[in-house]
Ligand binder design. Structure first.
Ligand SMILES: [Zn+2]
Length: 84
């Protein structure tokens, strides 16, 4: 039983599991795509998508209806809603 991290996966890039960080759905109507990204990477992912796909235009965005909850998620992420 050796756990040498030879593949270098340290959970920094692929946050599909092993993380309790809230994720936020990003939608892009022009690309017809939807992606869930960790809250901490939301702005980064949005920027990158719009930069690389749409020349910096603000096309992709948080899924409508979810934006209201971002504030809650952010608060939770900061431990403001720690109700345990
Ligand atoms: Zn797009």
């Amino acid at each position: 039983m050796t756990t040498d991290g030879t593949d270098g996966s340290d959970g920094t890039d692929d946050a599909s599991d092993g993380s309790d960080e809230p994720t936020v759905p990003i939608v892009c109507e022009e690309c017809d795509t939807q992606t869930r990204v960790p809250l901490s990477k939301l702005a980064d992912q949005l920027d990158r998508h719009n930069e690389t796909r749409h020349g910096g235009k603000d096309v992709a965005g948080v899924e409508p209806g979810i934006a209201d909850r971002i504030a809650d998620l952010a608060a939770e992420d900061m431990g403001l809603l720690d109700g345990e």
